[in-house]
Design a protein around this ligand. Structure first.
Ligand code: ATP
Length: 412
């Protein structure tokens, strides 16, 4: 090992000091640059941190706002609801008789803040004290056009396959009185106000109603009985009333009530509020039917798959007293329907007669479905025409689906 002489190490350290004290201008510049970069970086970080802080502050403000709204909502939810009542007689010293929807009447105190209260006004009543706390404006008029379908159908008689007898009857009972009311006046007979079409689903009841509306250029007002009962709870009767007003205003018109059994079935009389509601709707329907003239240019068409449960009141003379059965088509009928629905199809070597034979028990809707399915079989095979075989497969598919639906109906 070689020892470093002491003198030599001292010399070296002096040299070092000298070295560290002498700054080359270039190094200073690069040092400066490094520091500047560092400063830029810090400033950049500062900006990011500041924007993060700003974002956090915004979020806090938003959350605070949400919290205030939610606690306000919670407070409102905790408050008991107010009853809606109708003012009867008004007495001095801020007293009035208030009638609640259940029929009970109360002699209540009226808040001094309520000015110009009149009998018949709608008011809010405190549940506990039954005092009147506020007067409100309610709109009693239902905008019936929002709830029923009102249109001018485009379906024509030509689009109906078979049903010759049924078409004839509909023409006599609905079309003729609307087109030639004077004929009935001359002969001195009153045509029925309406008809009831009954039969299995998909047999063309709606189609018949639309075709007669089209042929008479009548406004078609359509409502579904089950919807009337389920969707418009508490409003069913009012809706029926408004619907007839609309029909009169837009006459000539046809009111089509599908699934009429939902409002006009034999009632169980179980006394529930739902039952009472259906009852009221039904009573209103009967009142409307009784309320207009046979020769007014408004006709009613009811449709049902369940004539067995229908209340006889609806089919009494002067109401829907012409019953027309629309049953499943026979082989000839099926062929006619098949012709209607395959008219626009590009067919090759298709024997429609054989197909109608294979479609035993098919309804019009199922025949139409089979035509569409046959078209799909052709599309899947990349063909631009439909063959007999496509139809046979389609019939099988529709029949299978029908059986599945039937099983669901029984077991599901
Ligand atoms: P639901 O009782 O289920 O209301 P519905 O008897 O009113 O059924 P529609 O709605 O008229 O049946 O028929 C459904 C579709 O089936 C029609 O739009 C039509 O395409 C076809 N259809 C039914 N019957 C016929 C028919 N006789 N001729 C031509 N198409 C028919």
């Amino acid at each position: 090992m070689t020892e470093i002489p002491a003198s030599s190490s001292k010399e070296e350290s002096e040299k070092k000091i000298v070295y560290s004290e002498t700054f080359e201008p270039l190094d200073l510049e690069s040092e400066n640059k490094v520091l500047q970069d560092e400063l830029n970086k810090l400033e950049q970080e500062n900006r990011v941190a500041y924007s993060g802080l700003k974002q956090a502050q915004d979020e806090t403000a938003l959350l605070k706002d949400m919290f205030t709204k939610a606690s306000g909502e919670l407070e409102s939810l905790k408050k008991p609801s107010l009853l809606v009542g109708e003012v009867g007689t008004i007495f001095p010293k801020n007293k009035a008789i208030v009638k609640l929807p259940n029929g009970n009447k109360f002699y209540s105190h009226v808040s001094v803040e309520i000015k110009g209260l009149k009998p018949g006004d709608t008011v809010l009543v405190d549940q506990k004290s039954l005092n009147v706390v506020e007067k409100i404006e309610v709109c009693d008029e239902l905008d019936v056009e929002k709830f029923v379908i009102v249109n001018k159908p485009t379906e024509s008689w030509k689009e109906i396959g078979g049903l010759t007898k049924e078409i004839q009857e509909v023409k006599e009972v609905i079309e003729l009185p609307l087109k030639k009311p004077e004929l009935f006046k001359k002969i001195g007979i009153k045509p029925p106000k309406g008809i009831l079409l009954y039969g299995p689903p998909g047999t063309g009841k709606t189609l018949l109603a639309k075709a007669v509306a089209n042929s008479t250029q009548a406004t078609f007002i359509e409502v579904v009985g089950s919807e009337l009962v389920q969707k418009f709870i508490g409003e069913g009767a009012k809706l029926v009333k408004e619907m007839f007003n609309l029909a009169k205003a837009k006459a000539p018109s046809i009111v089509f009530i599908d699934e009429i059994d939902a409002i006009a079935s034999v009632r169980m009389e179980n006394g529930t509020s739902g039952e009472r509601e259906v009852n009221r709707t039904f009573m209103q329907l009967l009142a409307e039917l009784d309320g207009f003239n046979n020769l007014d240019n408004v006709k009613i068409i009811g449709a049902t798959n369940r004539i067995d449960i229908l209340d006889q009141a609806i089919i009494r003379p002067g109401r829907l007293d012409r019953l027309i059965e629309v049953g499943l088509p026979d082989e000839k009928g099926r062929l006619e329907i098949l012709k209607v629905h395959s008219k626009e199809m590009n067919l090759q070597k298709v024997k429609l007669k054989d197909l109608s034979e294979a479609m035993t028990n098919f309804s019009g809707a199922e025949i139409r479905a089979a035509c569409t399915e046959a078209g799909y079989f052709a599309i899947r095979k990349n063909r631009d025409h439909v063959t007999h075989d496509d139809f046979l497969k389609a019939i099988e598919k529709v029949r299978f689906e029908e059986e599945e639906d039937l099983q669901k109906g029984f077991y599901g």
